[in-house]
Design a protein around this ligand. Structure first.
Ligand code: BGC
Length: 467
């Protein structure tokens, strides 16, 4: 190439700088069983709450086949290999392993399936990150009370132990439960996710109480029975967004702090510091008393429970997607509700990757985790292959991540993009997060790479981010 052309290209491209990506920072992709496996009633699998509720709702869409990854797992591994990822985060379907959720019957075909998947990944040089629970609860466990029944921790512990026994020698990174906030707030409280409950005043807090004990049980079982043999790491996947106060008044910055405590702190505080955030304890107790309740709607942990849950982390697993503008919104006593307990409101902010960096700093300062693994981040779009909007989003977020690592010196060990491919977005196939398109009307579920897939592959191969 002539010198002049070089110069021209340099000038044209000069708005794009290049930034090195540390060699030891892992990049990966994520999926979850119900969203991608399909084969909902094959090979001995039991029924999950998502199967049951979606079928009953007659939505014209369901998770019966979705990406058909239960059969196409080898093709998925091929794609992951081509993408050059370090790790793949997937979840195990509890009812595929234990059809009614209990040890009463173990489905060997289910066990074998994940052995093949895990071996396939390892042979491809891809580290498996296994989520034990990503929302597909066995129907029977739900009928026993699901996350409202304290016995849930026993069943969950039994299931987790079985997974450690089977896959412990091959899996070094375990994630107990995906997004407690989504489960307790959105599924049990706000009716947005199965089981579509509206227990926004009290059931949500009971859910969080049971869920944290279940997480801690799974953590402790690994720690006591498997850690010395396999030396893996176990964590809880916590979701959080970033909030900027609407004004520089104290009321709005206090409101922002309350939101962060009620979203992130709700689960991070018991696990990293012991007990609920004090502000939750005080506000919910206070409002409950005024509402005429005999005791706080937020269950009180015993000291023994606090000690059992505190410290149940080997890393901080973070899912993050959005950022918002927060303002004070205190309400007089009306119906008991989480939203009034928070006493704030928030609206979606524009694209603000700097918020990601701020969130990472907030987590690092407050909870001082040994390390942070981003277990989900990504952009929702429509159905198209020229997804340059996704590339722009990722470029900004990964750039912010590198700032947090290099300038703020936060120990971030990996970044996991949601998602490998378009999948069943909890009620719809129209919301697409994949680097790879899936044709859901094709019986073969053909997969086609989007622009973002080629882009991600390129930055993983070159270890250079074009900003
Ligand atoms: C969940 C995923 C979901 C994604 C995008 C996360 O809350 O863990 O299952 O698909 O967000 O909505």
């Amino acid at each position: 190439m002539g010198m002049k052309l070089y110069l021209l290209l340099f000038i044209l491209g000069s708005s794009h700088a290049a930034r090195n990506i540390p060699k030891d920072l892992w990049f990966g992709l994520a999926t979850a069983a119900f969203q991608s496996e399909g084969a909902w009633n094959e090979s001995g699998k039991g029924e999950s709450i998502w199967d049951r509720f979606i079928h009953n709702a007659n939505l014209r869409v369901n998770g019966d086949t979705t990406c058909d990854s239960y059969h196409k797992w080898q093709e998925d591994i091929e794609n992951l290999k081509k993408l050059n990822v370090n790790h793949y985060r997937f979840s195990i379907s509890w009812p595929r392993i234990l059809p009614d959720g209990t040890l009463k019957s173990i489905n060997q075909e289910g066990i074998d399936h994940y052995h093949k998947l895990i071996q396939g990944l390892i042979e491809a040089g891809i580290e498996p990150l296994v989520t034990i629970y990503h929302w597909d609860m066995p129907m029977h466990i739900y009928e026993l009370g699901g996350f409202l029944n304290p016995q849930f921790a026993d069943y969950f512990g039994d299931y987790a132990r079985l997974l450690y026994q089977e896959y412990g020698p091959y899996v070094r990174y375990w994630l107990t439960i995906n997004e407690p906030y989504s489960i307790c707030n959105r599924a049990y409280g706000a009716g947005q996710l199965v089981p579509w409950l509206n227990l926004i005043g009290d059931g949500i807090y009971q859910c969080s109480y049971v869920l944290l004990k279940a997480h801690a049980r799974a953590y402790r079982i690994y720690d006591e029975e498997f850690k010395s043999k396999y030396n893996g790491k176990v964590g809880l996947v916590i979701s959080a967004d970033w909030y900027e106060p609407a004004s520089n008044t104290t009321v709005d910055s206090d409101a922002r702090e309350r939101i962060l405590q009620f979203q992130l702190g709700w689960f991070a505080n018991p696990v990293f510091k012991g007990n609920w955030p004090q502000i939750m304890i005080d506000r919910i107790a206070n409002r409950s008393a005024q509402e005429g309740f005999a005791r706080s709607r937020l269950p009180q942990f015993t000291q023994e429970e606090i000690d059992y849950i505190n410290g149940t982390h080997d890393y901080f697993a973070l899912n993050t997607y959005d950022n918002y503008i927060a303002k004070n919104d205190e309400q007089n006593i009306t119906n008991p509700s989480y939203w009034f307990d928070v006493g704030a409101s928030w609206v979606n902010n524009t694209y603000y990757p700097e918020g990601f960096r701020k969130l990472l700093n907030f987590i690092n300062d407050r909870y001082q985790p040994e390390s942070i693994m981003i277990t989900e981040n990504g952009l929702i779009t429509g159905d198209y292959l020229e997804d340059d909007d996704r590339i722009a989003f990722l470029r900004g977020y990964i750039n912010s991540l590198l700032d947090a690592i290099e300038e703020d010196k936060i120990n971030i060990v990996g970044y996991t993009l949601w998602s490998l491919m378009d999948d069943f977005e909890w009620g719809s196939y129209n919301f697409r997060f994949g680097l790879i398109r899936v044709n859901f009307t094709d019986p073969n579920r053909a997969r086609t790479w989007k622009n973002s897939g080629y882009w991600y592959k390129n930055i993983l191969e070159t270890r250079i981010l074009d900003i």
